[in-house]
Design a protein around this ligand. Structure first.
Ligand code: ADP
Length: 569
């Protein structure tokens, strides 16, 4: 039972066997891609973060080392009053990042002697009262206070005072051996240098190191001041989507470094890569399914063909066996002399003739089919009179038509037809097949009409019956080998399913075509259209159009059949 079901639906099962795992795989891939999408977004975010952090670290490192180098003043110089040496040191190596250097000497004055370095005179001098001086005093104040309160335990590291954003100050305490603050050295930072020199150089150095494959527009680095106004920008267009934002450490701490990438936030990138991968997977699945469907179609065709072939074998065996048995019985009766009346003898003889002609036709079809399939079928073209060919075929059908009570009407051409280059035997076989079908599929009708005509350069032979007809959907298929319409008389009427495929092969070999007009229940007309002038290289030439037909041509054909002939309007 199960095995039967499996055999019947092999193709569906095969398809499901591919489809189900494919769907599972796609589902798993979807889950995995979703996971990957989240991870990718995080990884991107992390990479961008590292990038900004690295620039921030570089800024801090730069200012710390510059301050340590410039502001490292030995306490001895203060205690010995060698301020000129300090001025000399600053003259020789002025730090690029400072716009002013200053010194507060606690060794002489109780509250400190405030001196600024004047690059013009290259000496230290007392500054005039100004905002700058105020900022210096403010920055030095903590040490002034600490000196008195907690002598010996003051912080010894660099300190940054950015209370006045116009005067950002780094101060370094000068300690003596007892760790007492004897002075303070400091620098006021040059904002322009930071914006126009340091930031660009650090950013442009870091960009290719972090994003080697990306174009310069890939990310945008913007530095904004406390009010949010941009003070520096590098890279492409600033995008609305901010990827990372970090406060600058150590100096310029109220400024923020913002990293954005035009349409390329980590989420967007991850989403895009998700969509791309998903599309790729879907395309692959579609291609795979397409391939499977294609193979299944081919397999289904092969199965149908093999079923058709087995039907063919059983049909042909049946078609051969039944008439052969009758022929044997009639032949035996004749041989034994049991049939006395001459009429009966003629009747049995006619039966044997009709049946053996039919069998010959069938065997010819099978042999031809085998030749066509193996590519060995060849045609011998020679000028022949189409009327004569048709007449000979009609003659061979005479007895069969008469005994079955058929009335055959024949419409002859208006003007005599010229001979045409054709393989007369092959064309006769094609006509035989059409007539055979007209008889087989006439149902209760007993009328067949044959017409021979010329239409332009074409010769048209048509066979019309008033039988069961063919549904429009079947009309193209009936010319395929083994195809038999599975409704109507097909179970009662035996056939090989080869007849029309052979007709088509023969007609196409003559560079012609075969057409069918049919209506179910009303009958069919099959027409063979053959070119009168065939350009067949190396073949005997067709006689010139208008040449007189040979004696015994078509006009006489209908009379020769001896059957009731009804001219068709
Ligand atoms: P068969 O040996 O079955 O007649 P053919 O190739 O000659 O094979 O014809 C294929 C099918 O076309 C037939 O089985 C039949 O269903 C249909 N057919 C052919 N000729 C006719 C006709 N004159 N009227 C109705 N059906 C026809």
């Amino acid at each position: 039972m199960l095995r039967d079901l499996a055999r019947k639906h092999t193709l569906v099962l095969g398809f499901l066997a591919v489809l189900l795992p494919l769907l599972v795989l796609l589902g798993l891939q979807l889950v995995w891609l979703g996971h990957l999408r989240r991870t990718t977004a995080l990884a991107h975010q992390a990479a961008l973060h590292t990038f900004v952090e690295s620039i921030a670290t570089d800024i801090q490192y730069y200012y710390r080392s510059a301050a340590e180098r410039a502001l490292d003043v030995p306490a001895a110089l203060l205690t010995q009053g060698r301020l000129d040496r300090i001025a000399h040191q600053w003259k020789m190596k002025p730090p690029e990042c400072a716009k002013r250097l200053f010194l507060v000497d606690f060794t002489r004055e109780r509250f400190g002697n405030f001196l600024v370095f004047d690059p013009a005179t290259q000496s230290l001098k007392t500054p005039p009262a100004s905002d700058e001086s105020m900022a210096i005093i403010l920055a030095a104040t903590p040490w002034q206070v600490l000196r008195f309160k907690w002598a010996g335990s003051q912080p010894s590291s660099l300190m940054v005072d950015e209370r006045d954003p116009n005067y950002r100050i780094i101060v370094n305490p000068i300690l003596n051996e007892a760790s007492d603050v004897v002075g303070v050295a400091g620098m006021i930072l040059d904002e322009e240098f930071f914006r126009k020199k340091l930031l660009p150089s650090l950013v442009h150095k870091a960009l290719p190191a972090f994003f080697p494959q990306a174009s310069p527009e890939y990310v945008t680095v913007t530095v904004k001041n406390l009010r949010g106004a941009p003070v520096f920008k590098a890279g492409g267009q600033e995008a609305k989507d901010v990827a990372v934002s970090v406060r600058i450490p150590f100096v310029f701490t109220d400024w923020t470094m913002v990293l954005s990438s035009a349409g390329n936030t980590p989420e967007k990138l991850a989403r895009r890569s998700f969509a791309f991968n998903l599309t790729l997977a879907a395309l692959l699945a579609v291609a795979l399914l397409g391939g499977v469907l294609f193979s299944l179609r081919a397999a289904s065709r092969a199965i149908t063909l093999s079923e058709m072939k087995s039907d063919f074998v059983s049909n042909v065996s049946h078609e051969l066996r039944t008439p052969l048995a009758s022929i044997r019985v009639f032949a035996e009766l004749l041989r034994l002399g049991r049939v006395q009346s001459p009429d009966k003898v003629r009747e049995y003889g006619e039966y044997i003739e009709v049946e053996s002609r039919r069998l010959t036709g069938l065997i010819n079809n099978i042999l031809d089919f085998a030749r066509i399939e193996s590519g060995r079928k060849s045609y011998r073209f020679a000028p022949a009179d189409p009327g004569e060919v048709l007449a000979a075929v009609l003659k061979s059908f005479e007895i069969r038509l008469a005994s079955a009570g058929f009335r055959l009407s024949f419409q002859k051409p208006v003007e005599p037809l010229p001979p045409a280059a054709m393989d007369a035997d092959a064309v006769a076989q094609a006509l035989h097949n059409l007539l055979d079908n007209a008889v087989k599929y006439s149902g209760s009708s007993r009328e067949i009409a044959v017409a021979l005509a010329r239409r332009g350069d074409m010769l048209v032979i048509s066979v019309t019956d008033r039988g069961i007809g063919i549904a429009p959907a079947e009309q193209a298929k009936i010319f395929e080998r083994f195809h038999r319409v599975s409704a109507g008389l097909v179970h009662d009427v035996k056939g090989s399913g080869l007849g029309l495929s052979i007709v088509r092969h023969i007609v196409e070999a003559h560079q012609g075509r075969v057409t069918v007009e049919s209506e179910p229940g009303r009958g069919s007309t099959f027409s063979i259209h053959l070119p009168l002038k065939q350009p067949i290289a190396g073949r005997p030439e067709t006689a010139a159009p208008g040449a007189s037909p040979s004696p015994g041509a078509s006009p006489g054909a209908a009379e020769e059949t001896g059957l009731p002939v009804r001219p068709v309007a």
